[in-house]
Design a protein around this ligand. Structure first.
Ligand SMILES: Cc1cc2nc3c(=O)[nH]c(=O)nc-3n(C[C@H](O)[C@H](O)[C@H](O)COP(=O)(O)O)c2cc1C
Ligand code: SF4
Ligand code: SF4
Length: 268
């Protein structure tokens, strides 16, 4: 998924901290709008816009920048840092601009940021040390969730199984053939059989049959190394509470995970 984040952070660098956490999680390009960027957005799957809240709305320069973009059909998220404890309607003006430019809002994030303007001078600033580690963690989590939500196979686990190939359940999504059952899903129509997932998976989940398939997904530990390294974004790991619980139980009460980890796999 190709992502880009545009931001402005002119007061204390508060918004930049948040933007950086999100960019790390999304492997996104991070662009400061004061550099007058002229970037063709047609190639991007996800676009983020963020700044401080100044006078009850996003930074006016960010608003003007967004107004000058063509966002038709684009997935967009907006974010901010602010002084006030609650967000209220602060995002509304930017949201309206995004929508007027044809963008689709897929997520919003805001957290508190240090402010030593106006009355806050009297107490040497409000929201001291914010955004802090927890805010940056929350920003990262927000971006990770967005990445999972927008993955082309995100809803594969809800599709009915239609058949089996080498014991692996198969389903269809449009013209794509998706292998997998509950945790590891692989789009066999876009997979180029490069073998990277076979090599990188510590649990030896993938095997080369007629094509590469996830053969033993019960032992997947949800590390996402396969999905993050697949050159064609053909793999989706369905993270859920139940999957987490299953891994914890398997680890505590059996040696199946260790055995899977210790297995040999020399197919590539
Ligand atoms: C000119 C100005 C206006 C501000 N107006 C608001 C406001 O209306 N509501 C609010 O919650 N915070 C307001 N703040 C606080 C900033 O939103 C907050 O400090 C923010 O984290 C700064 O981010 P930055 O360092 O990325 O610029 C204002 C700050 C400045 C400098
Ligand atoms: S890494 Fe991706 S493209 Fe390569 S074999 Fe695995 S699923 Fe297919
Ligand atoms: S998430 Fe990790 S354990 Fe699961 S299939 Fe991918 S690489 Fe293997």
């Amino acid at each position: 998924m190709k992502s880009i984040i545009f931001y402005r952070s002119s007061y204390r660098g508060n918004t930049l901290k948040i933007a950086q956490s999100m960019a790390d999680a999304l492997a996104a390009e991070l662009v400061y709008i004061d550099s007058n960027p002229s970037i063709d957005l047609s190639d991007y799957d996800l676009i983020g816009f963020g700044s401080a809240i100044n006078f009850a709305a996003h930074d006016i320069r960010l608003q003007r920048f967004v107004s000058s973009q063509n966002l038709k059909g684009k997935n967009v998220f907006v974010f901010s840092t602010r002084c006030r404890p609650f967000l209220g309607a602060y995002h509304k003006p930017l949201r309206k601009i995004v929508e007027a430019k044809g963008g689709i809002i897929v997520g919003e994030f805001s957290c508190r940021g240090f402010d030593r303007t106006g009355p806050w001078v009297l107490m040497d600033g409000y929201n001291k040390a914010r955004p802090d580690e927890q805010d940056m963690f929350r920003a990262r989590l927000f971006a990770e969730k967005l990445r999972l939500k927008l993955h082309p196979l995100a809803h594969a686990h809800k599709n009915p199984v239609e058949g089996y190939s080498d014991g692996v359940p198969i389903r269809r999504k449009g013209s794509d053939i998706i292998a997998g059952n509950k945790v590891v899903f692989l789009n066999t129509s876009t997979c180029i059989n490069c073998g990277k997932c076979i090599k990188i998976c510590p649990m030896h989940i993938f095997a080369l049959k007629d094509t590469v398939l996830p053969t033993d997904e019960k032992n997947c530990i949800q590390c996402r190394l396969c999905a993050d390294n697949c050159p064609t974004s053909s793999i989706y790991i369905h993270e859920s509470f139940l999957n987490g619980l299953r891994i914890a139980l398997r680890e505590s009460f059996s040696d199946k995970l260790q055995n899977s980890y210790n297995a040999e796999n020399n197919q590539y």
